[in-house]
Each structure stands twice: as structure tokens, then as C-alpha cells.
Write a protein of this length. Structure first.
Lengths: 467, 328
């Protein structure tokens, strides 16, 4: 019996050891997540990782990885031993990219050193502590070539959090063939919301088989619906989303009423639910409907025409004769309006080597690099001396829309670079969709917007416009 | 706690381990032996227990904790979040939050694709197969199982190409005179339910096939001799004999279907509008597209609660039938 018991104890001891060992392994695995990354970060301080969104580039251009690689060559030459690691992110929609980079930046284990930020997220991500101020950039020799507006987009709380690498404006592309068929004047330039509605009505009447006007709308298109489907029109009124002098969010006013009602009036003239309710809607309109003469007016970004130039991904020589571009009108206030966005390079709070990270951004932001990057993607260079670079002059000859677009920067507005803007923007996108799907009228959306914004920012931080 | 012979205890796991080896009379070794068996049993399940606690238990607790905060993906409360009590749940219960619609859509999806599409249809298939010749059984059985083997995301894209604009179904129906309509747009819930039924029917089919093969033939023969027609035999003999299998099937497909995300997200993204925004997709959209992480976790808690209610009902029924002797 003794021996049996001893043996039993021995086995038990072994089993207990095995249990503790497995516990220890599991516990170490759980705890080690943070630790290993911290040690990893300090030991590889000459390695700069760059996180970017692959979908940003025009198909086939590889504009972003090429830009990073070009800058990396210079960085490595100046800093022996330095390496640059690319961390591409591919997503189905813009908002998924935003969520991914923000989730990655929560932890030192997953945060990149340099990250490509949509400029509207800069204030929000800065307030979250994901990205850090980079005041060093003001000492760059080329910094003065970034116009004040471009510097301001990437500034939050008086500190610079990013360097713009691209910008854009919005245009009203209109199909001259369909306009002539509908008896509308060419060239066409609307001066109010009513002008846009009237043209849409005429287009619908002349050809019931087409989509008279394409407006970005609904949640699947996310920021595009809010930015291009609502805010750019609100910019044509006296109202704004945010009043920078009173530091309050505007929730209602005549401009809001006019804009919500404009969207409601456009419902019967815009694309059907089937076309806007999927994240690839912009491909539907740009690559299918426009070349097939199936859409009369398209409110879209200034990069659209780049797709159609020779050797691009949808060469279409007849584009220049089929489509013309109008400026974004105000709602009867005279003049024009616009809204600009764009992406920027920022440095993550968890960056292991800020000096190298900023140096890489400086290299990526040189005039030739910015010119080449924006030429490939059909965006507007955020640096004034980039437009004289050969890469840019070559593309402007092929794609005259870019020159026209650049001239619209004179009328442009920017989104409020504030922490709560992204949440408000998603609510706007949802409401535009509610109008388009017929679940809400203009005035219902107006009321819902006021309630949502008040809920997000708090009663103290909102105001209603009266004039 | 309980004597070794008593059924229905978790400690019985140790007893089971002991039973397989030493002869039964060993049990009379008293407290020491029992404690030892218990320790042995616990030691053996410990690694699994740790894994379950670390990878299932903790995430659930963390989800619960987060659902009482205002954590967001971006903005000041992304890192410096506060506890806001029942704020998220209050927001969910307010009218216009979309919660009620999502719950109803989830229940629709459950009834249409799990109970009807998978369980009922799976049973009918298994029952009919009893009467088929072996080659037919082999061919049909293989086809059904292949549907199950297709990865969910691939199944989603196959059905997307079937039902989207210009899709195969649209073209096929047009040939027989049914006008064009984009099924994913005009009937999104029917579309996703069809896809989920197609993909999941094999599981119920296999369960029922196995159970049906255990139904004693002499019992059926005797009933037939007594004049019971086939409907009567099904209702009075086969279904009662299969009741445990049916409940087990219900438990598993209910949880699988309520938590299903991939198929719907890939096929419709919850749209058009919010017309196929089941709870799982609603949760994802609020958490990751609207950046309201904590609000999304509150929806996850609702989803968890609904799943728990169903599970408790099924498990209670199963226990009444004596089918779950090993669970306390």
C-alpha cells in the first residue's frame, strides 16, 4: 500500500506540475503581449513602419508604396542601418480603414511609427492620444510651401499633428449629350439648389432610363455621403456644421433646412437604392454609369477624370467631350463654394524613433514626391511648388480637369477638425440614406440631426442659427 | 458534495475518469480516494478550463464591463473612457435606435434559415433518403455535405453572384417569364436566409440521418401491421424517438444562426438601408463604422442575452428528458 500511495503521490505531483506549467504558459502568453512589443520597439528603433490604405491609390498605380519606397531610399542613405517596413491595409470601406488604424494605434504592440491619416480624423485621433504633435516640421526648408490652409487641416489645439500629402475639391460633372437631349444649356453652371433640381427634372423627363443626378448618400459610402452628399451643399448656405467663433456645433438654421429639403427633393432624381447601398458604389458610377451615358450629373471628387486618361485603369478618350465640369454653387448667395479633404502623414504616439519618422515624412513630402504621388492618384498637391514639377505638368496636360480643380481651392472649406466630428459625420451619412430610402422626409432628418448632434456633443455645445 | 453514484455533477468528470480504469469496488477507499480522483480530474480538465476562461470567459466579462462605458474608436473617450452606467442600454431602448428592428430581423433569420431552412428541410431530406437507393443516397448526401464544406465567405460570394444585379437567378427566372428583379435588393432577408439554409442544412441532415438509422425497424413494422399509416408512424414513433436529437440540433443551429455575421455582412452589409441589419451586423456597424465601441458592446450583450435565453430553454427541456445527465 505504501508503495502504491507513494507512486500515486508521485503521479499527482507530476500532474500538478503539468497543471502549473500549463497555467504558467497560458499566463505568460497573455501577459507577454505588451511586454514583447515594448522590448521589440526599443530594440528596433531604426526600423520605421508605415501603415497606409491600399484602396487610396488609383488601381494599378501603387502610388503610396512607391512613395514610401522612394523616401526610404533617401532615409537609408542618410541613416545607415535604418529600415522602412510597409504595413498596407486593404479594406472594403473607408470607415473600416479608420477603425483598423485606430485599433492598431491603441497598443504599442500593433501601432505603426508613421500612419496615413484621413485629415478629418486628425483632431479626433490626436485627442485620443493616438498621434503626437510634430512641431519639428516647421523647421523644414520646404514647410513654407504648404499653404496656410493645408497646414491648418492637420493642426489640432494649436499643434501640428500631420503633413498633408494630398487634397481634392468637389465638382459637378455633367454629361453634355444628355444635357443637349434634355434641352439644357451647355456649358452649364448652376447658381442655386433650385437650378440643380430643375436640371435633374429636365434630364429625368428627357430620358427615364438614366439616373439624372448622382449624389453620394447613405451609410455604406460613409464619409463620402456626409462630405460630398451633404456638407458641400451646406457650405453653399450661411450655416456651417461648427461655428468657430462661438465654439459651438450648429444644429439647425435656414441653411440646414434648405440643404435637408434639397436632398429630399432630389430623392426622385438620384440613383436608386441598389446603386448606393454598397461600398463599391463609386466604381459603379465612375467606371460603369458615366462611360455608358447612364448618368446626367455627378457630384464627385476632383480625381475622377484621372481614371479616363490613356494608360490609366479605364481609358476613355471621349470623356473630355462627353463630360464637362461645373463649379459647386451656393444656394443663391452668389459665387461658388467647395469643400476639401485629403490625407496626411502622422506619427504614432507609440513611435519608437520620432526623429527618423519625421525625417521619412519630410522625404515623402518633397516637391517631386508629392507631385508624383498626386499625379498618379489624380489628387491636388497640397504643396504649392509641386505644380511646377515635371510629373505634375505632364499629368495636367493629359487631364485638364486637374487644373480646373486646383482653381476651385479659392472657394474651398474644410471640415471641423474636432474630436467629435467623425461621430457627427456618421450620423449625417445615415440621415442622407434615410432620406434616399424614403424612411425620412427632409424635416424629419433635420430634427433627427439636431437631436443626434445634441446627444453627441452635449446641450451646452450646440446652437441654432437664426439668420 | 455528492455521493459517487449520484448522477448529474460536474465532479462526476473525475468519477468518469476513475471508472474507466480501476474496478468499481475501489470507490470504497473513502474520502482520500475520492479527493484524489477529484484532484486528478480537475488537473486533467485544468488546461481546458484555463483556455476557456482566458479566451471565452474573460472576453465576455470584458464585453460586459465595456458596455457600461463610453469607449469609442477615436476621440477623447477612446483612451480616457468613463463608466456611464446604463447609458448605452438606455440609448438602445430609446425609440429610433434600430434595436427592435434588428432583434426582429435576427428572429426572422433564425426562424427562416435555421428552423425551417436547416432543421425542417434537413429532416425532410434525411427522412426521404431512408427510402432512396444507395447510389441516390450517396450522390445527394455528398452534394449536401459539400455545401457545408464550402467556407462561409465563399458561400456568401457564390450567393451574391446568384442574387445580385445581373445574377444567375435573375437571368434564369427571366427565361421562364419572371421579370427582372435584384433579389438582394428587393428581398434581402429571403436572400440571406436562403444562403444560410443552403450552407447549414447538411449539419441538421447528418444529425437526423444518424438518429433515423437508430429507429428500430421492427417497431415501425409492428405499427404498420396495426394499421398506422406513414404520417401516423412519423408523428407517433419517429418524432418522439428523435426529440432529443431535434433539441440538440436546435441548440446548436440557434446559437450559430443568431451569431452569424459573415454571410449577411458579405451579401448585403445589412442593407439596403437597414433592411437586413440583424443584431450581429448592427453591432459591427455601431462599433466599427460609427466608432461607438462601447455602444457596440452593449448590442453584443443583448445578443448574448438572447442566445442565453434560447440555450436555457433548450437545455431545461433536454434535462427534463434526461438527455443531459452529465450536466448539473
Amino acid at each position: 500500500m505504501e508503495r502504491v500511495n507513494d507512486k500515486g503521490r508521485g503521479v499527482r505531483r507530476k500532474r500538478n506540475l503539468a497543471l502549473f506549467a500549463s497555467l504558467a504558459v497560458v499566463a505568460t502568453t497573455i501577459v507577454a503581449g505588451g511586454i514583447s512589443s515594448v522590448s521589440g520597439a526599443s530594440s528596433s528603433s531604426k526600423t520605421i513602419s508605415v501603415m497606409y490604405w491600399t484602396n487610396f491609390d488609383n488601381p494599378g498605380t501603387n502610388a503610396t508604396p512607391d512613395l514610401i519606397k522612394a523616401a526610404a531610399v533617401k532615409l537609408k542613405a542618410q541613416n545607415p542601418g535604418a529600415t522602412v517596413v510597409l504595413e498596407p491595409i486593404t479594406t472594403d470601406s473607408e470607415s473600416t480603414y479608420y477603425a483598423k488604424i485606430d485599433l492598431a494605434q491603441r497598443s504599442a504592440a500593433t501601432a505603426p511609427d508613421v500612419v496615413m491619416e484621413d485629415s478629418f480624423l486628425i483632431g479626433s485621433d490626436a485627442s485620443a492620444g493616438f498621434i503626437k504633435p510634430i512641431p519639428q516640421v516647421t523647421s523644414w526648408s520646404g514647410w513654407s510651401h504648404f499653404p496656410a490652409a493645408m497646414q491648418k487641416i492637420a493642426t489640432y489645439g494649436g499643434k501640428i499633428y500631420g503633413v498633408m500629402n494630398s487634397s481634392d475639391v468637389q465638382l459637378a460633372y455633367y454629361n453634355t449629350k444628355l444635357f443637349k437631349k434634355a434641352g439644357l444649356p451647355v456649358p452649364w453652371q448652376p447658381h442655386s439648389f433650385a437650378d440643380i433640381i430643375a436640371a435633374s427634372k429636365a434630364l429625368a423627363k428627357a430620358d427615364p432610363g438614366i439616373v439624372p443626378t448622382w449624389l453620394y448618400t447613405g451609410t455604406p459610402l460613409g464619409e463620402a455621403s456626409s462630405f460630398r452628399g451633404f456638407e458641400v451643399f451646406l457650405d453653399g448656405t450661411h450655416d456651417r456644421l461648427y461655428n468657430s467663433s462661438t465654439k459651438k456645433w450648429e444644429i439647425s438654421g435656414p441653411g440646414f433646412t434648405a440643404t435637408w429639403n434639397f436632398l429630399a427633393s432630389m430623392r426622385k432624381y438620384e440613383e436608386p437604392v441598389a446603386d448606393w447601398s454598397n461600398p463599391s458604389a463609386s466604381e459603379t458610377v465612375n467606371l460603369n454609369m458615366m462611360p455608358a451615358n447612364k448618368v446626367g450629373i455627378v457630384f464627385d471628387g476632383s480625381w475622377v477624370s484621372t481614371a479616363y486618361i490613356p494608360h490609366s485603369y479605364k481609358p476613355w478618350p471621349a470623356f473630355a467631350t462627353t463630360f464637362k465640369e461645373a463649379q459647386i454653387p451656393t444656394d443663391g448667395l452668389g459665387g461658388y463654394t467647395n469643400q476639401s479633404g485629403g490625407f496626411a502623414w502622422s506619427v504614432s504616439t507609440h513611435a519608437s524613433n520620432t526623429k527618423l519618422a519625421v525625417q521619412l515624412i519630410e522625404d515623402m513630402s518633397s516637391a517631386p514626391n508629392i507631385a508624383s504621388f498626386n499625379a498618379k492618384n489624380g489628387n491636388i498637391p497640397p504643396r504649392s511648388d509641386a505644380v511646377t514639377q515635371p510629373q505634375w505638368t505632364a499629368i495636367s496636360k493629359l487631364d485638364p480637369v486637374l487644373t480646373f480643380a486646383t482653381s476651385q481651392l479659392a472657394y474651398t472649406n474644410y471640415r471641423p477638425n474636432l474630436p467629435l466630428y467623425p461621430q457627427i459625420s456618421t450620423e449625417i451619412a445615415a440621415l442622407t440614406g434615410d432620406i434616399s430610402s424614403g424612411t425620412m422626409t427632409g424635416s424629419q432628418a433635420e430634427k433627427a440631426f439636431a437631436a443626434k448632434v445634441t446627444q453627441i456633443v452635449g446641450k451646452k455645445n450646440v446652437e441654432a442659427m437664426t439668420k | 458534495m455528492t455521493s459517487p453514484g449520484e448522477r448529474g455533477t460536474i465532479a462526476a468528470v473525475g468519477d468518469v475518469a476513475a471508472l474507466t480504469g480501476p474496478p468499481r469496488r475501489k470507490r470504497s477507499t473513502g474520502m482520500r480516494g475520492r479527493t484524489r480522483r477529484r484532484v486528478t480530474g480537475l488537473t486533467m480538465v485544468a488546461p481546458l478550463l484555463v483556455m476557456v476562461l482566458a479566451f471565452i470567459g474573460w472576453p465576455i466579462i470584458w464585453t460586459l464591463i465595456l458596455s457600461f462605458t463610453n469607449m469609442t474608436i477615436t476621440g477623447p473617450t477612446a483612451t480616457h473612457y468613463q463608466f456611464i452606467g446604463l447609458g448605452n442600454f438606455r440609448q438602445l431602448l430609446a425609440s429610433g435606435s434600430g434595436l427592435v428592428q434588428s432583434i426582429l430581423l435576427s428572429l426572422y433569420y433564425l426562424v427562416a434559415s435555421a428552423y425551417i431552412g436547416q432543421a425542417l428541410f434537413g429532416f425532410v431530406l434525411a427522412y426521404m433518403m431512408l427510402r432512396c437507393t444507395v447510389p441516390v443516397r450517396k450522390i445527394v448526401g455528398s452534394i449536401i455535405i459539400v455545401c457545408w464544406l464550402v467556407p462561409e465567405i465563399i458561400a456568401a460570394w457564390m450567393w451574391f453572384s446568384m442574387l445580385s444585379d445581373g445574377g444567375t437567378l435573375q437571368q434564369a427566372l427571366h427565361v421562364v417569364g419572371i421579370p427582372y428583379q435584384t433579389w438582394l435588393i428587393s428581398h434581402p432577408m429571403i436572400s440571406v436566409s436562403l444562403a444560410n439554409s443552403w450552407r447549414g442544412v447538411a449539419f441538421s441532415f447528418l444529425l437526423f440521418s444518424a438518429a433515423l438509422s437508430d429507429v428500430p425497424l421492427d417497431l415501425l413494422d409492428a405499427a404498420q401491421v396495426d394499421g398506422a399509416n406513414s404520417w401516423r408512424r412519423l408523428r407517433s414513433i419517429i418524432l418522439p424517438l428523435l426529440s432529443t436529437t431535434i433539441l440538440v440540433d436546435f441548440v446548436l443551429i440557434t446559437l450559430g444562426t443568431l451569431n452569424d455575421f459573415t454571410l449577411i455582412f458579405a451579401m448585403t452589409g445589412g442593407g439596403p438601408g437597414t433592411s437586413s441589419n440583424v443584431l450581429s451586423v448592427f453591432m459591427y456597424q455601431q462599433a466599427f463604422n460609427s466608432f461607438q465601441l462601447a455602444y457596440g458592446t452593449a448590442i453584443a450583450v443583448v445578443l448574448l442575452a438572447i442566445g442565453a435565453v434560447f440555450s436555457i430553454i433548450y437545455i431545461r427541456t433536454l434535462r427534463k428528458q434526461g438527455a443531459l445527465n452529465f450536466v448539473r
